[in-house]
Write a new protein. Structure first.
Length: 96
């Protein structure tokens, strides 16, 4: 009896490609696409493990996508805190 070959999930491949694009050419769109397609691909692979392969690709895309989003959020927080601190210092020094 011949076992059918598992095919690599297309969305897992797209997730990895979008994750790479999220770090290079398309920061926002690439990261969001990597997250969405990665979660969908993982679900498909989990539901049909005998048909689909590519869980590692999907996880790679998810890691790239989420890490890009986390770094963007932390960057915004640091910028807000930095300029907020400068504004507070200027306001405090102006009262003396």
């Amino acid at each position: 009896m011949q076992v059918p070959a598992r095919e690599t999930n297309v969305l897992a491949i797209l997730s990895l490609i979008a994750g790479i694009l999220g770090w290079t050419l398309l920061p926002v769109l690439g990261s969001l696409a990597a997250i969405v397609t990665g979660h969908i691909a993982r679900g498909q692979i989990r539901r049909e493990p005998q048909r689909y392969d590519g869980a590692g690709l999907a996880i790679g895309g998810l890691i790239l996508g989420w890490s890009s989003v986390i770094i963007a959020v932390l960057t915004v927080v640091v910028i807000v805190l930095f300029f907020g601190g400068i504004a507070a210092l200027l306001a405090f020094s102006g009262q003396h």
